[in-house]
Design a protein around this ligand. Sequence first.
Ligand code: ZN
Length: 143
Amino acid sequence: MFKLTVEEKFDAAHKLENYEGKCSNVHGHTWKVIVSIKVSIIESNSNHSDMILDFSEIKKVIRKFDHRLLLKNNKENNKWLPYVPGIKLLEYNPTAENISKDIALKIQYLLTSNILHKFRIKVIVLETEKNQVEYNIVGDENV
Ligand SMILES: [Zn+2]
């Protein structure tokens, strides 16, 4: 079995919807993301470099959040677009949970468009040093 792990950080602000508390205000974090992919088989062929995934492809997915203001795409937040540069509108409430799922699904897409079959993806998103969320995609129970 192979296991790939990539750690990357990004700085971003967010504002939570449907939430009562200080995180309903815009505030920022240095987020840390740990992606690991386990794969039982790497099939070699002439179109592939015998890698699970290029590390830089994973980092690219994470860096799309860097130096952005992460907001849910709704009418109220759309009003800010002309005034605030760097807004990234998301189809979900920008919680650590939803961000970890989004990153995992994007990585799954990169994997399955490749030649790999049996995999497990784990994405850990740390909003602070002590608070983290983990999202898993199990492509195969036996990996
Ligand atoms: Zn926060």
